[in-house]
Design a protein around this ligand. Structure first.
Ligand SMILES: *[C@@H]1O[C@H](CO)[C@@H](O)[C@H](O)[C@H]1NC(C)=O
Ligand SMILES: *[C@@H]1O[C@H](CO)[C@@H](O)[C@H](O)[C@H]1NC(C)=O
Ligand SMILES: *[C@@H]1O[C@H](CO)[C@@H](O)[C@H](O)[C@H]1NC(C)=O
Ligand SMILES: *[C@@H]1O[C@H](CO)[C@@H](O)[C@H](O)[C@H]1NC(C)=O
Ligand SMILES: *[C@@H]1O[C@H](CO)[C@@H](O)[C@H](O)[C@H]1NC(C)=O
Ligand SMILES: *[C@@H]1O[C@H](CO)[C@@H](O)[C@H](O)[C@H]1NC(C)=O
Ligand SMILES: *[C@@H]1O[C@H](CO)[C@@H](O)[C@H](O)[C@H]1NC(C)=O
Ligand SMILES: *[C@@H]1O[C@H](CO)[C@@H](O)[C@H](O)[C@H]1NC(C)=O
Ligand SMILES: *[C@@H]1O[C@H](CO)[C@@H](O)[C@H](O)[C@H]1NC(C)=O
Ligand SMILES: *[C@@H]1O[C@H](CO)[C@@H](O)[C@H](O)[C@H]1NC(C)=O
Ligand SMILES: *[C@@H]1O[C@H](CO)[C@@H](O)[C@H](O)[C@H]1NC(C)=O
Ligand SMILES: *[C@@H]1O[C@H](CO)[C@@H](O)[C@H](O)[C@H]1NC(C)=O
Length: 402
């Protein structure tokens, strides 16, 4: 009996450690539904609602391509809070108040991310690129002016995914499309495909995809402008998280994130997080990785030109009533012409509520570190023993002479 429990204890510790590691990935669970919001007469008036119900709370993600592609993140302290839409108002010239949550008092945190423009620039001048001067620019693409296919046809309830796919009505880039592929999660885990982002039950992923967009020049690079809306008093901060471990995303050592600093520390924050890489093929691999850079976060006197569902939820006078920040994220550095070869670019980002997920060291790297740190210690101990042993021996050799 006694001997058995002596063996059991370390076993339990081991089990505890393993389940702790697994728990960190699984953990909190939400009941998630993803559906196109019915009621619009126009098939291109897309509104996608992700409802993630937790314990005594609900996270609402509302994605739309009405105006600039936008996502609203609304956190409510209620399991039964519901999204309401007045379509007539939403599709009118003054959409303020067309989207709300019932009961209104249940919303304790709200934020929005808007994808406003795609810029194209000439990457021929490598020395300028390395200094972050992405010029000269071709005419920008205003995503608010795109025409979007019906998102309803792309909703997959099992995989919890949907896709907004748009074309430039001016056909400035031929038959190419720009898409925003949305994925919702019921619980924590890690994506299978690169960049293998770590997610929680409180987050959703968006993948920005450019497919067969005809570039203006043969050294063209692209850049995406992302605008965030935060409650007054709160603000977004840009952070860079570096690691020596690239086990999950080979050759990429940096994670960038916009984290909100809420006026009320007991709520939030929210985050928008990405690895500094894009991929030039449907089958992402380190060979088709495209370098991704970002510019400083712009916060001074920003406004958000409409229309978008951010205006429908927060009101028309966004610039005055809310804190707006914007950032440019560019794809493709001085290296290679990956986009030109394949005509494909995919970049993933995670949007969520709570603290941003952080990669722990992978088991492989931990083992390497353990060996690297352990070896000198073992050598030191071994060396000490040898010296001790040798001294004893010497003593035993010389003492008799005395
Ligand atoms: C989406 O499609 C389904 C079936 O294909 C249909 O029943 C539903 O009404 C559609 N919803 C919207 C919002 O168009
Ligand atoms: C949910 O709310 C109920 C009633 O307010 C409370 O009794 C319960 O402890 C809460 N559960 C959690 C997990 O917070
Ligand atoms: C949709 O069409 C129906 C009938 O065609 C009309 O009564 C309704 O007002 C329209 N709704 C909107 C939001 O345009
Ligand atoms: C929707 O908005 C329109 C235009 O602002 C308004 O006339 C109508 O009463 C609203 N409908 C509802 C159900 O609130
Ligand atoms: C490249 O950019 C640098 C500035 O970074 C500029 O001095 C140089 O003239 C540019 N070269 C060409 C060929 O445009
Ligand atoms: C939805 O996703 C699941 C899992 O990825 C897949 O097996 C299924 O074929 C998809 N359904 C449709 C209609 O695409
Ligand atoms: C666009 O597609 C049409 C029909 O699919 C094709 O005839 C045309 O050549 C394509 N244009 C370009 C620029 O690829
Ligand atoms: C880029 O395009 C220009 C003009 O069309 C052409 O002269 C040049 O040879 C092209 N360069 C490459 C590397 O394809
Ligand atoms: C912060 O949030 C908590 C919980 O919702 C609330 O009780 C408190 O009054 C809030 N504080 C401020 C300063 O808004
Ligand atoms: C922002 O606006 C204020 C007042 O309108 C002005 O004084 C200030 O110079 C502006 N700042 C920037 C960076 O434009
Ligand atoms: C992004 O870059 C474009 C082109 O230089 C510029 O017009 C725009 O203001 C930039 N936006 C941000 C947020 O820096
Ligand atoms: C997700 O949200 C719930 C409710 O606010 C919280 O208890 C949980 O810790 C969050 N999970 C993460 C990983 O932030």
């Amino acid at each position: 009996m006694l001997r058995g429990s002596w063996l059991l204890l370390p076993g339990l510790w081991l089990l505890g450690g393993v389940s702790c590691l697994l728990g960190a990935a699984g953990g909190y669970r939400r009941k998630v539904t993803l559906q196109a919001v019915p009621g619009s007469n126009s098939s291109s008036a897309n509104l996608l609602h992700v409802r993630a119900v937790g314990r005594n709370d609900t996270l609402h993600y509302v994605w739309s391509s009405i105006g600039a592609p936008t996502v609203l993140l609304l956190y409510t302290r209620s399991e039964s809070s519901a999204l309401r839409v007045n379509w007539t108002k939403l599709l009118s010239a003054s959409p303020a108040g067309a989207i709300w949550i019932e009961p209104p008092g249940s919303v304790v945190y709200s934020t929005a991310v808007v994808f406003t423009k795609v810029f194209e620039y000439n990457g021929a001048n490598a020395s300028a690129l390395s200094k972050g001067q992405e010029e000269p620019f071709y005419p920008p693409y205003d995503l608010a002016g795109f025409s979007w296919q019906s998102v309803n046809r792309t909703v997959n309830q099992t995989a919890l995914t949907a896709r907004f796919q748009g074309v430039d009505p001016g056909r400035a880039f031929g038959n190419g499309t720009i898409s925003f592929q949305v994925t919702a999660y019921e619980q924590g885990g890690r994506d299978g495909p690169l960049p293998r982002l770590l997610h929680t039950a409180n987050s959703s992923k968006v993948e920005f995809i450019m497919d067969k967009v005809a570039p203006h020049g043969n050294r063209s690079r692209f850049m995406l402008e992302v605008v965030t809306v935060e409650e007054k008093g709160g603000r977004k901060r840009l952070q860079s998280v570096r690691s020596i471990d690239d086990e999950y995303t080979p050759t990429i050592f940096e994670m960038a994130q916009l984290v909100s600093e809420s006026r009320n520390n007991s709520i939030g924050p929210s985050f928008f997080q990405w690895k500094t890489t894009a991929y030039g093929s449907r089958e992402a691999s380190r060979e088709n990785a495209i370098r991704c850079r970002y510019r400083p976060l712009q916060t001074a006197n920003r406004t958000l030109p409409g229309p978008s569902i951010a205006h429908a939820y927060f009101g028309e006078d966004l610039g005055r009533s809310h804190h707006i920040a914007a950032i440019n994220i560019s794809f493709g550095g001085e290296d290679g012409e990956v986009y030109a070869e394949k005509g494909y670019l995919s970049w993933s980002a995670l949007l969520g509520f709570g603290t941003p997920p952080k990669d722990a060291f992978s088991p492989l790297v931990m083992a390497i570190v353990a060996v690297a740190l352990g070896t000198p210690v073992v050598l030191l101990l071994a060396g000490g023993l040898v010296v001790l042993f040798a001294r004893r021996k010497r003593h035993s050799q010389y003492e008799p002479i005395n």
